[in-house]
Ligand binder design. Structure first.
Ligand code: TYM
Length: 331
């Protein structure tokens, strides 16, 4: 990549309905960061199969996610938008890095522990080595910054550890990446159990807002969000439901928690929830409009992911070749 700009890598798995959490925690910031960085935003299909996927749905979700990236405002002419499995270097480097990652550090990953509980009949090796593939994603592009939600910070930490370990044996092969999380929206919580993160794989659709939900159900879901019985809109420990809704509002409008709190003195949750619902709907409305415009434009989408993958391959293969040489493979 012949650019003076610093490099970003990030991605979302096409493993379910993309939620407001994915948008506020990650994609929204990607849009803002594209001004100053050279960005690689991939669709992480290799990661998604650590949990069983329906093949037809996986294919549809992959293209839908590409549409969503563009609809959210990522410019495909300036950044690379590609499908992870189209760049085989991700899987190849992941294998190598597996040999520089310890079982002990992988067993400490909270996502592995959570997912093994949730999918106890399918605790596959991929689920265990998931963070190594993620390290490969990031390190292949000599990434400076990885914008993600809070839940991914532990994975970025292990990617850094692996890179530092590898560099300490072979010299400066990988750039050591930094994580980046937004001030608000870094952890959007479930609307039904605000002590848990909002997740696209939640069995209860009332717990999350999908970017594809119709506007009436978005409003209904917010209005029926679990809160508390205190009736005071304030950001405080123990008020997880209200804190979450305030965080969502603040992340969308940029208004501070303090200002929201001051505006709601003496007013109830009903009014507050209506404002949050409207803000969310108005935030999603233009995205959906663009998303719909892109639907049926498969040639355009194919051109984007094909050309991006080609460019991504050339950068990724450069790093991979360097790794092969350092290790002593005949190249
Ligand atoms: P995934 O697909 O679970 O989530 C995509 C992004 O959305 C963020 N996110 C949230 N942010 C705030 N509140 C929430 N409730 C919420 N839920 C999800 C995630 O933090 C993430 O930034 N392992 C990654 C995908 C990945 C990746 C990478 C990311 C694979 N390789 C390399 C960065 C760099 C994942 O499962 O994201």
């Amino acid at each position: 990549m012949e650019t003076a700009k610093k490099v970003i890598f990030s991605g979302v798995q096409p493993s379910g309905n993309i939620t407001l959490g994915n948008y506020l925690g990650a994609i929204k910031n990607w849009v803002e960061l594209q001004k100053d960085y050279y960005c690689n935003y991939a669709i992480m299909d290799l990661h998604s199969i650590t949990v069983r996927q329906n093949p037809k749905e996986l294919k549809k979700r992959t293209l839908d996610l590409l549409k969503l990236y563009i609809a959210c405002g990522i410019n495909p002419d300036e950044n690379l938008l590609f499908v992870q499995s189209h760049v085989s270097a991700h899987a190849e480097l992941a294998w190598i890095l597996n040999c520089y990652t310890y079982m002990g550090e992988l067993s400490r990953m909270t996502q592995f522990k959570d997912k093994s509980k949730k999918h106890s009949n399918n605790i596959n090796a991929g689920l265990f080595t998931y963070p190594v593939l993620m390290a490969a994603d990031i390190l292949l592009y000599q990434t400076d910054l990885v914008p993600v939600g809070v839940d991914q910070l532990q994975h970025i930490e292990i990617a850094r550890d692996i890179a530092i370990r590898f560099n300490s044996i072979y010299g400066d092969v990988f750039k050591i990446p930094e994580g980046f999380i937004p001030k608000t929206g870094a952890k959007v919580m479930s609307l039904q159990d605000p002590t848990k993160k909002m997740s696209k794989s939640d069995e209860n659709p009332k717990a999350y807002i999908s970017m594809m939900d119709d506007f009436d159900s978005i409003a209904k879901k917010i209005k029926s969000a679990v809160t508390d019985s205190e009736g005071i809109v304030a950001y405080k420990e123990g008020k997880d439901g209200i804190n979450n809704l305030m965080g969502i509002l603040s992340s969308i409008t940029g208004e501070s928690m303090e200002s929201i709190q001051n505006r709601y003195v003496g007013r109830g949750y009903g009014e507050f929830k209506s404002e949050v619902a409207e803000a969310v709907v108005e935030c999603i409305r233009p995205i959906r409009q663009k998303f719909d415009e892109l639907s049926g434009n498969n040639d355009y989408l194919e051109k984007i992911y094909t050309e991006s993958a080609e460019k991504a391959r050339s950068v990724a293969n450069r790093t991979l070749k360097k790794v092969y040489k350092k290790i002593g493979f005949v190249v």
